[in-house]
Design a protein around this ligand. Structure first.
Ligand SMILES: Nc1nc2c(ncn2[C@@H]2O[C@H](COP(=O)(O)OP(=O)(O)OP(=O)(O)O)[C@@H](O)[C@H]2O)c(=O)[nH]1
Ligand SMILES: [Mg+2]
Length: 205
């Protein structure tokens, strides 16, 4: 997809604030600091539209980005950040769960993991939960530029096996720093925004 226009729409705290125009939505879930916002910026060729930081836990609401008047990226609050209070974590958890279960325009969840490390317990829980509800997931292993190419296959294998990935889910290696994986991810997203309803999704690959 050629991105000609992208804008930040809203940092939503609940369903009342979600957009009502019915465009398809692609959600981004992942550990705090894993690189979700950087991935969005790379996908839309913007340096800092999605706020990135070296301070984890920065994104605290569902941040909506509207792309080409064709779709939304929905940046979730990162999970697994110890300094966030238990109450706050619970509120985020409930908001995300409700969104995932009830948002009719949701087409795909991108689960962002760090290629360098085995998935965390939270990553495993998130993927299991998405599998349980039969949602289409694309696992994106980012920060690929941080390890030598020769070690990529080994790391990919660990991630695939630790998550017990379904054959039908996408699995893409990515680098926000260098742009690796961008075209592949766009073509995966394009396939999903054309589908009418997640429950009618056919598995691919
Ligand atoms: N080298 C490299 N650094 C990256 C990459 N992606 C993200 N980073 C860095 O990792 C840090 C965190 O990135 P963010 O995009 O802010 O992470 P996030 O997942 O949005 O974090 P929260 O909003 O706190 O959940 C920043 O310092 C980024 O510059 C990548 O592909 N390669
Ligand atoms: Mg972020």
């Amino acid at each position: 997809m050629k991105v000609t226009n992208s804008e930040f729409v809203i940092s939503a705290v609940g369903p009342d604030q979600y957009p009502v125009d019915g465009l398809p939505e692609i959600a981004l879930a992942g550990r705090s600091n894993v690189g979700k916002s950087s991935l969005i910026n790379r996908m839309i060729n913007r340096k800092n539209l999605a706020r990135t930081s070296s301070t984890p836990g920065k994104t605290q609401h569902l941040n909506y980005y509207r792309i080409n008047d064709e779709l939304y990226f929905v940046d979730f609050p990162g999970y697994g950040y110890a300094k966030v209070s238990k109450t706050k974590r619970q509120v985020w958890g409930e908001m995300i769960e409700k969104y995932l279960l009830e948002r009719e325009t949701l087409r795909l969840v991108m689960l962002i993991v760090d290629l360098r490390h085995p998935p965390s317990k939270d990553d495993e829980m998130m993927y299991d939960w998405l599998k349980h509800y039969d949602m289409p997931v694309c696992v994106v292993a980012t920060k690929a530029d941080k390890i030598p190419k020769s070690r990529w296959p080994k790391h990919l294998k660990i991630i695939r096996e630790s998550l017990a990935m379904r054959a039908g889910d996408g699995f893409i290696m990515f680098s926000s720093e260098e742009g690796l994986g961008k075209d592949q991810l766009w073509s995966h997203i394009n396939q999903h925004i054309r589908s009418e309803d997640m429950s009618l999704e056919e598995s691919e690959e």
